[in-house]
Each structure stands twice: as structure tokens, then as C-alpha cells.
Design a protein around this ligand. Structure first.
Ligand code: RP5
Ligand code: MG
Ligand code: MG
Length: 280
């Protein structure tokens, strides 16, 4: 069963708003919880932003829940979500201690895409490094350090209205791990050309709800995570990584069970490891 853990207590990200602490057994909506008094919070930065929905009571706001609403995907990978009597969509996993949208632009699902770019770890002689006990090769993935929380993460981002997931995957990777936005037109073209083919073929690792610290009772993250693997380090394995946009740092990170990443990104990495039969 799906659960969440990073959005049930403590301070809401980039705020001094304290969540109403939800004990694990009280997360599901099906469990009665008459004492539940979630705190209302919608960040002021959302106001008037083109990427954000209006307030839910704005007369002009006529969302089509559980549907592709014009260009906005309001469908959830988890199935049809409930819209409560006040017209608020309900988090499909359960309570979070916050009502409103917090920092998330959309009521209901907020769709992201996560590119998991991997290569084998190699020594100076270019030989693949193998764990001595299991004999399994060590995987590395391109990790970014997020500016908002300082945590390391997969370089993912939001799917813009009208954008396909594959476009988002490549765009976010270029923005956050290759500093695309600071490059001139010529450099952008070179970068795009060098990785377009590599991004054309990936393996789906996950699609669904994300245990993101920004989730609320009425707004939550969902993602499609795709693994792009550079078997012989001939493409991205050779590229010069440079952090950009909402990334503070970028690096090839060794993958093992000790990694501790933003949201539930470690789970996505573990799935990738299993699929590639790498060391964990
Ligand atoms: C996570 O937030 C997703 O898995 C994705 O990595 C990320 C998208 O949000 P931003 O990076 O645009 O803040 O839930
Ligand atoms: Mg981004
Ligand atoms: Mg991002």
C-alpha cells in the first residue's frame, strides 16, 4: 500500500508553518480522526503566477478534476481522487497536516518528470568497479543538490502544460545538470544534439505519487521516472556537468543502500539498481 512520510509533520518547506502532526496510523482518510485540525497554508508566491491555479473559490476557476483540463493534466496515476464537499481535491494517500496548496501551483496532482541518468563507476584504467563481496558493478547517477532544501536529488522538474514527459526529462536534465539556461544559442544546439539520441530511449522505473515534503491534503506531486543508461560512458558519461537553475551542485553519485535523497528518490534509485543488476 502507498504511504507517505516526508509530509506528515514538522515545518512546511521554506516557511515557519508547522504541520498538524499526523501519526502514521491516522494517515488514511478511512481512519476516523475527529481531532484532526490541519493548518491552512498557500504560499503567497503562487499569486498571479501563470504556472499556478487561482484560488479554489475564484469564480473564473472551473477545473475539470480527474481529466485533461485544456492543457493541464489533472489526472492522477493513482486513479480517480476524491473532491470533497468544499470542492477541494483530496490527497490520494491521506492526511498531511496542511490544507491549501503550500508551495505547489496546482490543486490536486502536480506532474513532474525525473531523468535517472546512469553509468558504471570506473577506475583510472577505465575498468568497471565491482563490489568485492557481491561481484556486482557499482552504478553512478547524476545527482543535483536542490537549492530549496540543500538535499541531493534526481534532477527532475515539472511537466509544463502542453509539454510531453520526454521533453520535460531532457529539458530539466539540461537545465539543472548542464546549465543549459546560461549557454548561448550555439552551445545549446551542440548540447541538445549530443544528448538527443541518448534521451530517445529509456527504461521506465516508476510512475505515481511522490512522497514530496511539499505535499498537502489538497495538492501533491506525481512523477514519471525514466532511466537513461550510458553503458560505455560514451555520451553523458563524458559530458562536463555544471549545476544550473534550481540546482546548487551536480555530480556523479555512487549508488548504494546508504544514499539519502530528497522525497522518496532513493526508492527510484533502488528500483533502477535492481533493474540493472548493480551493487546496492
Ligand atoms: C519531486 O519534485 C519530483 O520527483 C521532482 O524531482 C521534483 C520536481 O519539482 P521541482 O524540482 O521543479 O521543484 O517531487
Ligand atoms: Mg527545474
Ligand atoms: Mg527541479
Amino acid at each position: 500500500r502507498m504511504l507517505h512520510q516526508k509530509c506528515t509533520q514538522g515545518l512546511y518547506p521554506s516557511s515557519n508553518i508547522k504541520r498538524f502532526a499526523v501519526p502514521e496510523e491516522k494517515i488514511p482518510w478511512t481512519v476516523e480522526y475527529p481531532e484532526y485540525k490541519p493548518v491552512a497554508y498557500t504560499a503567497a508566491v503562487l499569486q498571479g503566477k501563470p504556472w499556478a491555479d487561482p484560488g479554489i473559490n475564484e469564480p473564473t476557476f472551473k477545473p475539470r478534476w480527474n481529466a485533461i483540463d485544456d492543457k493541464v493534466n489533472r489526472r492522477s496515476f493513482t486513479g480517480n481522487y476524491v473532491v470533497n464537499a468544499n470542492g477541494h481535491p483530496l490527497n490520494p494517500v491521506g492526511r498531511t497536516g496542511i490544507v491549501g496548496r503550500g508551495l505547489l501551483g496546482r490543486w490536486g496532482p502536480n506532474h513532474a518528470a525525473d531523468p535517472i541518468v546512469t553509468r558504471w563507476k570506473r577506475d583510472n584504467a577505465k575498468a568497471v568497479e565491482v563490489d568485492e563481496h557481491t561481484g556486482k558493478p557499482v552504478l553512478q547517477f547524476v545527482a543535483i543538490q536542490r537549492r530549496d532544501s540543500g538535499e541531493w536529488a534526481i534532477p527532475g522538474g515539472m511537466v509544463d502544460p502542453d509539454e510531453t514527459v520526454s521533453t520535460t526529462l531532457m529539458r530539466e536534465f539540461m537545465e539543472e545538470a548542464l546549465n543549459f539556461l546560461e549557454k548561448d544559442d550555439g552551445e545549446r544546439k551542440t548540447l541538445q544534439d549530443s544528448i538527443a539520441e541518448f534521451f530517445a530511449k529509456g527504461d521506465e522505473i516508476y510512475r505515481g505519487y511522490v512522497d514530496d515534503p511539499r505535499n498537502t491534503d489538497n495538492a501533491w506531486m506525481e512523477t514519471v521516472a525514466i532511466n537513461f543508461h550510458d553503458e560505455d560512458s560514451s555520451v553523458v558519461g563524458k559530458l562536463a556537468l555544471k549545476a544550473g537553475d534550481d540546482a546548487r551542485n551536480v555530480r556523479w553519485m555512487d549508488v548504494n543502500r546508504q544514499i539519502n535523497l530528497y522525497a522518496n528518490h532513493s526508492e527510484f534509485i533502488k528500483k533502477t539498481v535492481l533493474q540493472r543488476n548493480a551493487y546496492w
